[in-house]
Design a protein around this ligand. Structure first.
Ligand code: SF4
Ligand code: MG
Length: 315
């Protein structure tokens, strides 16, 4: 998958640039039924763009998304509509797009109306049913968006995503705006709903502790690429990419001891307008050699399902 954004004019320190930002560059991943795939990385690494491009909320520059043996990028708008029923997005603030003057029950019903699902009375029943599934009460149907707390809003965001019975949820930082205690409630709810409805999650977050808790497998993104991918246990027990090692070493508690000592990265994440040559990480990597500056590391599978792109693991 590739998503490049064209750029003209001046950005930050670089004046008068024309070019493109390679927000997503050759990202390749499989999402298996019923699993949670955690996509983790710093802000600006291309995680959200990956999620949005998969759903074609933004058109891809190149690549394919294969779902039910069809390439989503080749579907007509009409065919896309039925795929959209199967895949829903959950955002950090699910209410930012809601009309504050529309009662929550009506707002939840809207996706059913759009997809012409059921008769009016059935749609209402479905709203009450889904409110119950996400731990809300029937009386909440009649309330307005501003009457809910952050945690309740995210429950309602989930209700809205789930109302049309999707198979896949792409969750973009769904708990990042919540207090830690509320975060774990919402994560538990996500896991409960996954079991009950056999859902598949692509879970996007900058928070490595959150992905650890929820994911079966994890992909680590840096400047538009997945630099390491592994089953969760394998990633935490033996992080291979120096970037992953640095991310894990910054987490307080048990993960830091596994990664031994705190690794502090030099500098900032480079501008995606002017990305480094060779290994994208070489400007910040404590192990970089001259080779890293010129040669792009290829992905290698080091143990089952544990893939890394770094010259340290060449023969
Ligand atoms: Fe560091 Fe080189 Fe590995 Fe890149 S390829 S992560 S610069 S050691
Ligand atoms: Mg993001």
């Amino acid at each position: 998958l590739k998503k490049y954004f064209p750029v003209t004019g001046s950005i930050g320190r670089i004046g008068g640039v024309k070019g493109e930002v390679k927000a997503v560059n050759n990202v390749s991943l499989n999402l298996y039924p019923g699993e949670t795939y955690g996509l983790v990385g710093e802000s600006g690494s291309g995680k959200s763009t990956t999620g949005r491009t998969i759903l074609r909320l933004t058109e891809p520059t190149d690549g394919k998304v294969i779902y039910n043996n069809q390439n989503i990028f080749e579907l007509s708008q009409k065919e896309l509509k039925s795929v959209r029923r199967d895949m829903q997005m959950v955002f950090q603030d699910p209410f930012s797009s809601l009309n504050p003057r529309i009662r929550i029950g009506k707002a939840l019903e809207e996706p059913l109306t759009i997809h012409s699902i059921g008769r009016k009375i059935e749609r209402q029943d479905r709203v009450f049913e889904i409110l119950d599934k996400v731990g809300m009460r029937a009386e909440h149907y009649y309330r307005y968006p501003h009457e809910f707390s952050g945690g309740q809003r995210q429950r309602l965001g989930l209700a809205r995503a789930l109302i049309s019975n999707p198979k896949i949820l792409i969750c973009d930082e769904p708990v990042s705006a919540l207090d830690v205690s509320i975060q774990s409630q919402v994560i538990n709810l996500l896991q409960q709903l996954q079991d009950e409805f056999n859902l598949t999650y692509l879970f996007i977050t900058h928070d490595i502790s959150v992905v650890h808790h929820i994911s079966d497998r994890i992909g680590v993104m840096y400047l538009g690429e997945i630099v390491e991918e592994a089953p969760t246990e394998s990633l935490f027990a033996s992080p291979l990419h120096p970037y992953t090692q640095a991310l894990l070493s910054a987490v307080p508690g048990k993960h830091r001891t596994q990664a031994r000592e705190r690794i502090v990265l030099k500098g900032e994440i480079p501008s995606p307008l002017d990305p480094p040559t060779g290994c994208m990480f070489h400007t910040r990597c404590p192990f970089a050699t001259d080779r890293c500056k010129v040669e792009i590391p290829q992905k290698k599978e080091i143990s089952p399902g544990h893939v890394v792109a770094c010259h340290l693991y060449d023969e």
